[in-house]
Structure formats: structure tokens, C-alpha cells
Design a protein around this ligand. Structure first.
Ligand code: ATP
Length: 668
């Protein structure tokens, strides 16, 4: 059997076997074995000695045959053959390989200088007959290998570095990366049939109006005839505007996924390089590629990076020229293709007000889709989409979760779902429960709990009174969002926090603004009332109060003296830092009115707290005892919350009023 097997081996197997055993190695080893003894037949080690040793042990015995001075540096001493038996010379005169006496040199020493060497030799040989004097020859020997290497190494190094650099520059250090030869090429990533977007409209929750608009594009790309037949022109470009995380990119990916057409995706910032002209050439290249692949979608994310209004801040923005020429090229390219050519440009931005009007005019980005933060129903739907892959238990109620997350974007909700899964996994649970979701919401809003943070009992007391102040004033003022939880466990940057549940309303009333100022100042007021002095912990509160007070006076026309004026600039064209839209006098008046507004709110807050000092002490005591208290605890101390006369708008997700540690003051 075995024989058969070996007979049956394929010729390839044989050749593989032969390759594995290389006979050249055997030849090389044999050659070395033969050569080495011959090469070193008469070689013996040369012993390094000093002049004193040379004089005492060698010269005195008259054993020196001759001396060679090499390169005027080293004296090499050759010993007469008859001294081979002398024990002192035996070691250096016995060859490493072979028999007999080695030819030498046998000893060597440094001579210092030729003059000194000759003087010493004359001295020790004084009175010797001429025939007995040691013959000294001077030779010059060069180490050709070393000399060659000294020249070759730098040359090889330069060649190696050149090769490395040119390869890097050619390939851009990786696939598709920038290189000197493809700088002007578009860096857009193409997702086509093989690599197409798998996202569909089912993955986009809510955004119903936006979906209707973009579905038209999908229909056109799938069946252009039904539109062109009637002479309709499909928009060339569509711009999607909305706050971060509201699903702009997701929507575009869904369009590409549904239409099943090639999809070029590029970020606006990728056009802008430090080299002049690169942006414009990338725009040209992007549209050239797109035209080769019609029908297709070109998606420019964060278009404000290139599309910002021309001439804006031109005084101090050096990058303007390059950005402007990129934008001009974009405008030209968008004019350059006909409406029904099959290239549809979609763009997304958070700042539509910054965009150049030329970009938004009909014929370019003529459709504008505005996305907003999701409302209650949309949040419920987004939770539904992101819970699909999760293992959840029966305690989860989508309505409840949606009601707990006003002001949250789709991205926040996606993040909460993932955080909840991580928290449940950390707790070694089989399914994600309601409490995991609530903890995830807290974590997303306020950051990670830092129980290990060292806080002295004195500081803890200040934090407790600060948070209790927020809780009481918010509870007692009707138009402030309801407090749901107060904690003095440090989280993220804050040392303590109060959670509010904003209602979703679209209008802000002046009195609601005023009450919110009081609630935000209540932490500091509580500190002053109880301890007689204030701490640095109100930084975050004061920042919010200052901004809001200026907004009330300057933007919303809430101040009688300023009147019904608003210095808000919705076009984003104005630069308040350089030129204020009001006179010096009005500026002073604004400052004065803001100061008075805040001072008035602070006094009102102090009064509320003074009238409820007992409750303040009790709630602070509760906080010190339990660290976290809920709405029910507040109700037990303060009684039922006054009915709301008017609903309040949802503040974005900054639903925390937190006391901050001193070291977190990263801005003045
Ligand atoms: P940015 O302006 O910061 O680029 P964006 O508006 O483009 O944000 P996306 O990248 O589209 O936001 O969304 C981020 C993530 O949020 C998505 O990957 C998705 O998981 C989730 N998300 C946002 N909106 C929705 C939605 N309507 N339905 C489902 N998921 C959503």
C-alpha cells in the first residue's frame, strides 16, 4: 500500500519535495570546511602589549625578527621562529588551524608617534652592532572594505529613503489616501451595487414629511420616464438641514439603499486642503466620476465647510480664497448638468443660515428639507427601531421611554439603547429592563456616576443645599419644568444635579423665562442663605443665567427700555464680535438691564428660599442621607406641585442644573 502511495505522488508533489531540500547548502558548508583551515592555516591571535612589556619580555630576549609599523600608528612585532618553544611566545606562535609556527605578526602595540618610537628604539638598541639592530619597515595598509562601506552606506540609505518616500507619495500611504499625484482627485467613497447601502426607509423612524420628499427622488431614479414623459424636471439638488443627530445622513443612506443606485459620499471638509486649487479640482473630479455612473446620488455631508457664504469674515479668514474657489466650482458644476441627467446631489448641514444664497437658489439645491428634534411619537418610533436587535424584558414601555426623553435626538436615542444594553450586560442580566434604560438616560444626559470622587463632608453639605435650593424653587414656581430627580452623586463634570422633564411646546413666555432664571439661580441663593457666603460651584448655573438673560433682553424683546427690538441675526452674516448692531449707549443699557434682571431674579429666589427655609433644611438633610431623591420625596416635604398655568417649551437636552467642581472651570 505504502509503495503504491509513493508511486502515485504527482510530479508537482515531487518538485515541492525537492524544493524543500536545497543541496546548495551542503556544497556551501563543504566549501567552507575546506577553505577555512587553508585561510587560517598560519593564523594565530595577535597579542596586544605595551612598550614596557615589549622592552622587558621581548627585546631583552632578542627574540624580535622584525617590526612592521602600519600606517604610522601600530607596531606589529614578528618573533624569530626559534623562540616558538618559549612558553611566553607559545600561545601567539601556534596557528589556530594546522601545525608548525605561525608567520606572524605575533604582538602589536600603539607607537604614539613615529618620532617617539624611533627614539625609544634607538635608546634600547644603543651600542648594538648594526647587524643586530631590529629591522623596522613602515607600511601603509588600507581597509578597502571599511572604506567602501563608508561610501556605500549613505548612498544605499539615500536610495532606500527615496524609494520609501516615492512609494508613499504614489500610494498616499494606503489605498485611496492622498498622494502628490492624486491630490486633485475626489476622495468621495463610492458605494455601488457590490457595496451598496443596506439601509432602507424602514430603518428611519419618524421624519414622515421628509421621507415623502426624498421618496420622489427614489421613484425618479428607479423610473425616470414617468416623470420626464410629462415634462417634469426633477430637482438637481436637495439640502437636508437639522440639528446634529436628527438622521440627515441616515435619510440619505436610505435613499441610496432604496433606489439601489451608485452613491458617492463625501464630506464638505474633504474638499478643503491646504493647497490652493485642490478643492476646485476635487469638485470637478467628483462630478466627472458621477457623470460616468448615471443614474447616481452624490452626497455632500457637512456642506457648510465649503458652502459658507462668500465674503463672510473675509477680513481675518485666510482660508477664504480657497474655500470660495471650491464653492464657485461647485456652483458651476451644479449648473453644468441638465436637470434630468440622473445625477442627484444631496447635501446635509446643521447650519443652513451659513450657506451662500447662490447655493440655495432654484436650479441648484432647490429643495430644502428641515429636520427637527423628534417629537414624542417620533421618539417612540426611533426607540422601536433601535430596540429591534435588543433583548428586552416586559418592563419596557416605549411610551414611557419616549416621554422621558424630550429634546433627545435620534442619535441620542440610539446611544441610550446601546448604553442600556451595555449596562444590562454589566449587571449580568438575561434581558434589558426598564431600570437599565433609565440609568442609560441619566448616563447620556449627565455622564458617568463618579462615586469614587473624594468629597469632604463640608463640601457635601454645600452640594446638598445647592441642589435642594434648585429643587425647592423649581417645585414652587409653576412655569419651571417639573423636577423628577435630585442627586448629589458626582456625575460627569458636575458634583450634583437636578433632573427636569421639559414639556414639548413651541412658545416661550416672558414669565416662564423669568421663573427659569430663578430656578437656575436657586443653588447659589441657597448657599448664601445657609452658609452666609457663596462657592464657585454655581459656574454652570451662572453661565446659563447670563446667556438666557442676554437672550431675553437682546433677542426676544422682553425688556421695556430696549423695546421691541431684536439683535438676532438669522442670516449668520453679522459678526457681533467685530461690529455690534447697536450703539455704545444701547450696549451699556443692555448690560445694565441684564444686570438688573438677574439681580431681581436672585432677590426673588432668595425670598422664596427664606420663606421655605425649613423645607430647604429638610430636603438637604434627605439628600445627605439618601444621595438621590425623587419627585415623591419632594412631594412629601413640599406638598403637591402647583398646577401649571401654561406649558413650557422643551429645552434641548440640557435638563440638568448641576453644581460644578472648581477644577472643571475650563472657561472663565
Ligand atoms: P450630524 O449632523 O451630526 O452629521 P446627522 O443628522 O447626519 O448628524 P445621522 O448620522 O443621520 O445624524 O444619525 C446618527 C444616528 O442616529 C443614526 O446612525 C441612527 O442610528 C440614529 N438616528 C437618527 N435619527 C434617526 C431616525 N429618525 N430613525 C432611526 N435612527 C435614527
Amino acid at each position: 500500500m505504502e509503495n503504491n502511495n509513493s508511486d502515485n505522488k504527482s510530479p508537482q508533489a515531487d518538485s515541492r519535495h525537492q524544493k524543500r531540500f536545497n543541496w546548495y547548502w551542503v556544497y556551501l558548508v563543504i566549501l567552507l570546511l575546506l577553505l577555512i583551515p587553508n585561510l587560517f592555516h598560519s593564523y594565530s591571535p595577535v597579542k596586544e602589549i605595551t612598550w614596557q612589556e615589549f622592552e622587558k619580555s621581548i627585546l631583552s630576549k632578542k627574540a624580535v625578527d622584525h617590526i612592521e609599523v602600519v600606517n604610522n600608528e601600530t607596531a606589529q612585532v614578528y618573533i624569530k621562529k626559534e623562540f616558538a618553544g618559549d612558553p611566553y611566545f607559545k600561545e601567539v606562535m601556534t596557528p589556530i588551524f594546522g601545525k608548525g609556527v605561525s608567520d606572524g605578526p605575533h604582538f602589536r602595540f600603539e607607537i604614539g608617534s613615529v618620532d617617539a618610537f624611533e627614539r625609544k628604539m634607538d635608546e634600547v638598541q644603543k651600542g648594538f652592532p648594526a647587524t643586530e639592530k631590529i629591522p623596522v619597515t613602515y607600511i601603509r595598509r588600507s581597509n578597502w572594505l571599511m572604506d567602501m562601506l563608508v561610501w556605500l552606506i549613505p548612498v544605499f540609505l539615500i536610495i532606500f529613503l527615496w524609494q520609501l518616500l516615492s512609494r508613499r507619495l504614489l500610494t498616499g500611504g494606503g489605498i485611496g489616501g492622498p498622494s502628490i499625484f492624486n491630490f486633485g482627485k475626489s476622495t468621495a467613497r463610492l458605494m455601488n451595487w457590490e457595496n451598496k447601502s443596506t439601509i432602507t426607509f424602514d430603518d428611519v423612524a419618524g421624519l414622515e414629511e421628509a421621507k415623502v420628499e426624498v421618496k420622489e427622488i427614489v421613484d425618479f431614479l428607479k423610473d425616470p420616464d414617468s416623470y420626464t414623459r410629462l415634462g417634469a424636471k426633477i430637482p438637481k439638488g436637495m439640502i437636508i438641514v437639522g440639528p446634529p443627530g436628527t438622521g440627515k445622513t441616515l435619510l440619505v443612506k436610505a435613499v441610496a439603499g432604496e433606489a439601489g443606485v451608485p452613491f458617492f459620499s463625501i464630506s464638505g471638509s474633504e474638499f478643503v486642503e491646504m493647497f490652493v486649487g485642490v478643492g476646485a479640482s476635487r469638485v470637478r473630479d467628483l462630478f466627472r466620476q458621477a457623470k460616468e455612473k448615471v443614474p447616481c446620488i452624490v452626497f455632500i455631508d457637512e456642506i457648510d465647510a465649503v458652502g459658507r457664504s462668500r465674503g463672510r469674515n473675509a477680513l481675518y479668514s485666510g482660508a477664504n480664497d480657497e474655500r470660495e474657489s471650491t464653492l464657485n466650482q461647485l456652483l458651476t458644476e451644479m449648473d453644468g448638468f441638465s436637470p434630468n441627467s440622473g445625477v442627484i446631489v444631496l447635501a446635509a448641514t446643521n447650519r443652513a443660515d451659513m450657506l451662500d444664497p447662490a447655493l440655495l437658489r432654484p436650479g441648484r439645491f432647490d429643495r430644502h428639507i428641515y429636520l427637527e428634534l423628534p417629537n414624542l411619537h417620533e421618539r417612540k418610533a426611533i426607540f422601536g427601531v433601535h430596540m429591534r436587535p435588543l433583548v428586552i424584558d416586559s418592563s419596557i414601555n416605549l411610551d414611557f421611554l419616549a416621554s422621558q426623553t424630550p429634546g433627545f435626538s435620534g442619535a441620542d436615542i440610539a446611544n441610550i439603547c446601546n448604553e442600556a444594553a451595555l449596562i444590562a450586560a454589566r449587571r449580568k442580566k438575561d434581558a434589558i429592563g426598564r431600570i437599565d434604560f433609565l440609568d442609560a438616560i441619566d448616563r447620556v444626559v449627565a455622564g458617568l456616576e463618579k462615586k469614587s470622587k473624594i468629597i469632604s463632608p463640608g463640601e457635601k453639605e454645600i452640594i446638598a443645599y445647592h441642589e435642594a435650593g434648585h429643587a425647592i424653587v423649581s417645585w414652587l414656581l409653576e412655569k419651571v419644568d417639573p423636577v423628577v430627580k435630585v442627586s448629589i452623586i458626582p456625575r460627569g463634570k458636575s458634583l450634583g444635579a437636578a433632573w427636569y422633564l421639559p414639556e414639548e411646546k413651541q412658545l416661550h413666555s416672558q414669565s416662564a423665562f423669568n421663573e427659569r432664571l430663578c430656578a437656575t439661580l436657586a443653588g447659589r441663593a441657597a448657599e448664601e442663605l445657609i452658609f452666609g457666603e457663596v462657592s464657585s460651584g454655581a459656574l454652570d448655573d451662572l453661565e446659563k443665567v447670563t446667556k438666557e438673560a442676554y437672550m431675553m433682553v437682546m433677542y426676544y424683546g422682553f425688556n421695556k427700555k430696549i423695546g421691541n427690538l431684536s439683535f438676532y441675526d438669522s442670516t449668520g452674516q453679522q459678526n457681533m464680535g467685530i461690529q455690534k448692531p447697536y450703539s455704545e449707549e444701547t450696549g451699556r443699557l443692555i448690560d445694565e438691564e441684564v444686570r438688573q434682571l438677574v439681580a431681581g431674579s436672585y432677590n426673588k429666589t432668595l425670598e422664596i428660599l427664606r420663606n421655605n427655609k425649613d423645607s430647604l433644611v429638610r430636603i438637604a438633610g434627605l439628600l445627605l442621607e439618601k444621595e438621590v431623591i425623587y419627585k415623591e420625596d419632594l412631594e412629601a416635604v413640599l406638598g403637591k406641585r402647583p398646577e401649571k398655568r401654561e406649558s413650557e417649551p422643551a429645552q434641548d437636552k440640557k435638563i440638568i442644573t448641576g453644581i460644578v467642581p472648581f477644577n472643571s472651570m475650563d472657561h472663565p
